[in-house]
Structure formats: structure tokens, C-alpha cells
Design a protein around this ligand. Structure first.
Ligand code: COA
Length: 323
């Protein structure tokens, strides 16, 4: 499957909120948050939007890939926290970037959103429909977090990451899988607008994020290793063949648990959640961009990307790093 990532970029809000500051808002402590999650601080919007963060991340990915916005053919924005219902965030990004030739639309698969968008863009390129794509994960979760609920508000942060994908002569994506289980949607949810029109007015649901944390934890430990194995077997590789596992940054204990279940050392699982918290669809592309900029990705490395979250949705992708 001949697609490669030729550029990456990311953007985080300026304001950093420490665990100590969280302890001023809800009954919690730096020690509790670090021990249970690995998170030390997170970036929180004081004006940055899903669109402004996505535009900044895309501009960096374009500069990194040495391409102009006018050359982009497809823009996919994965988000579950758009500012507007209409138009979609991707069209706003397209307009602000000046990517006049690009087709643009959003995709919502919550924390697996970036991965699903990557697979979608890959399928378009593979089918010969487009030659390149900007794939973005962008979230301002602080809008939907219940800032009085200590069980959730300490976990999340805001940010955006983008990759520029292009058709390549060599195999890039070696295998991918995606799964959904709508029967478990209730474990992590946030209601939308209520139905109100001249004929009916239904009660308002909960417009804030609610979660059964233990259930989500158990789901991730059960399904993520299984879907990584599935993607690896498609690629005819074993877990030891993979240089780095770039996983959704929900919780350090989840990531270490997955490493343990796969009999792999945690060092193969880079993390940035200590500084970012869980940024839903933005977690994977932001971490990928940081790895690129830190010079930790070398040509020919094998990577696994894996995301999981509300829906429930989960998936994995095996790729050969080439630029
Ligand atoms: N500070 C202090 N205490 C807290 C707290 C906080 N921020 N949040 C919850 N607690 C309390 C609970 O109220 C509970 O108290 P109780 O025993 O008196 O009822 C206690 O800590 C233990 O709660 P529990 O839910 O068992 O903790 P846990 O070890 O399971 O950790 C999570 C909670 C949320 C950190 C953990 O379940 C988790 O990370 N789950 C996955 C969530 C996730 O990643 N979601 C997004 C997926 S994309």
C-alpha cells in the first residue's frame, strides 16, 4: 500500500494548566493524578479553536513536507468537538489555508478519529482518487469537560496534530484494522443539542462528557493488544519487529498495561501525556510530530499507531516510516 507521510505538524494552546491548579478547582491532588494517569499538566484553550489549532498544525505539516496549500487535494479533520455544527471544521480549515482545490470534510470517531481519518485518506489515495491529503486530529475538549467532575476533568487537554500524506513508490502502510462497538457507547458520551421545534421539546441530556472510567480502562487493555496483533498479522510482522508503538495517550497505566500484555518493554511506547493529557483525536498526530522533531524517527523504521475511545471505536495501523 503505497502511501507515505511527508510532513507533520502540531499546535497546542498557550495556556498550560498544572495538576496543582486542577487541585484548586476540584478535590484532587498532583499525586493522585500522576499515580493513576501519568498526567502532570495539560494545554487548555483560552481562545484557540478546533479550526485555529488545525490550521496551525496543517501549515506546519505543509512547510515540513515542502508543499503549498494550493497543491492539497483532500483535507480530513477528525474531531468530536467542532465549534460549529455547520459548516464542518475541515471546510473552515480549507478556506483559511487557501487550499482551493481540496475536498474537505470532518470525521468523528472520537479518540480513534485520527487513525480512522488516516485510513480513509489512505483508501482514497490507494484507489487513485487523490494524490495527497492533509489528515488532522483537532480537539478543544475543555468545552465539553465537566469542570466539577474530578473523575474526568483532570484527564483531558486541547490540541491539534496533522500529517501530510502522499502517494509513494514504496509500501508505506503495511496493515490496518478498525473496529466499532456501538453497544458500549454509553461508557463514554456527551449529548448534543436537544430536540426542540414547534412540535416537540424533549428534555436536555447531559451536554458534558460522562464516563465509566473503569469500563474504558478494561476495554482498552482487552481490545488494543488484540487489534495491534491483527494489524501485525496482516503485515506479516511480529511485535518485536516494531520499533515504536505510537498509541493514543489516554493513561500511562493503560499504555504500560498494553506493553505488558504484548511482552514488550515500555521503552518502545513513547509518551507525551505527562505534558498534554488526553487530547482525543489529536493525541496520536501530536506525539508523531514531536517524535519527528526530536529526530527519533529514522527512515525504514516500523511504527504501529493505535487509537481507542468513545463509540466504542478502536484500530491499529502498521507503517514503514519513509519521507
Ligand atoms: N482525584 C482524586 N480522587 C479521584 C479523582 C481525582 N481526580 N477521580 C476519581 N477519584 C476517586 C474516585 O471518586 C474513587 O473514590 P471512591 O473510592 O471514594 O469512590 C477513587 O478515586 C477511585 O476511583 P477509580 O475509578 O477506582 O479510580 P481508577 O484507579 O480506576 O482511576 C481513572 C480512574 C479515570 C483514572 C481510570 O479509570 C482511567 O484512566 N480510565 C480510563 C479513562 C480514559 O482513558 N478515558 C478516555 C479514553 S479515550
Amino acid at each position: 500500500m503505497a502511501v507515505k507521510i511527508i510532513g507533520t505538524g502540531s499546535a497546542l494552546p498557550k495556556k498550560v494548566v498544572s495538576n496543582e491548579e486542577m487541585a484548586g478547582l476540584v478535590e484532587t491532588s498532583d499525586q493522585w493524578i500522576r499515580e493513576r494517569t501519568g498526567i502532570g499538566s495539560r494545554h487548555i484553550s483560552t481562545g484557540e479553536t478546533v479550526v485555529s489549532l488545525a490550521v496551525e498544525a496543517c501549515e506546519k505539516a505543509l512547510a515540513h513536507g515542502d508543499r503549498k496549500a494550493s497543491e492539497v487535494q483532500l483535507i480530513l479533520v477528525a474531531t468530536c468537538t467542532p465549534e460549529k455544527g455547520i459548516p464542518c471544521a475541515a471546510c473552515q480549515v480549507q478556506g483559511l489555508l487557501g487550499a482551493a482545490e481540496a475536498v474537505a470534510f470532518d470525521l468523528n470517531a472520537a479518540c480513534a478519529g485520527f487513525l480512522f481519518a488516516l485510513h480513509t485518506a489512505h483508501a482514497y489515495i490507494e484507489a487513485g482518487i487523490y494524490d495527497n491529503a492533509l489528515v488532522v486530529g483537532s480537539e478543544v475538549l475543555s468545552k465539553v469537560v465537566d469542570w466539577t467532575d474530578r473523575g474526568t476533568c483532570v484527564l483531558f487537554g486541547d490540541g491539534a496534530g496533522a500529517v501530510l500524506l502522499e502517494r509513494s513508490g514504496q509500501p508505506g502502510i503495511l496493515g490496518f484494522v478498525q473496529h466499532s462497538d456501538g453497544t458500549k457507547g454509553g461508557v463514554l458520551q456527551c449529548d448534543g443539542r436537544k430536540l426542540e421545534n414547534p412540535f416537540v421539546s424533549l428534555p436536555v441530556g447531559n451536554p458534558f462528557l460522562s464516563m465509566d472510567g473503569r469500563e474504558v480502562f478494561a476495554f482498552a487493555l482487552r481490545q488494543v493488544p488484540a487489534c495491534i496483533w491483527e494489524a501485525l498479522s496482516q503485515a506479516k510482522l511480529s511485535p518485536e519487529d516494531v520499533d515504536l508503538y505510537v498509541l493514543h495517550q489516554a493513561n500511562r497505566r493503560i499504555i504500560e498495561g498494553i506493553a505488558g500484555r504484548m511482552n514488550l518493554e515500555a521503552a518502545r511506547f513513547p509518551m507525551n501525556l505527562e505534558r498534554t493529557g488526553n487530547m482525543s483525536s489529536a493525541s496520536i498526530p501530536v506525539l508523531l510530530d514531536e517524535l519527528v522533531r526530536e529526530g527519533r524517527l529514522q527512515e525504514g523504521m516500523t511504527l504501529v499507531l493505535s487509537g481507542f475511545g468513545a463509540g466504542l471505536t478502536y484500530g491499529a495501523c502498521v507503517l514503514k516510516w519513509q519521507r
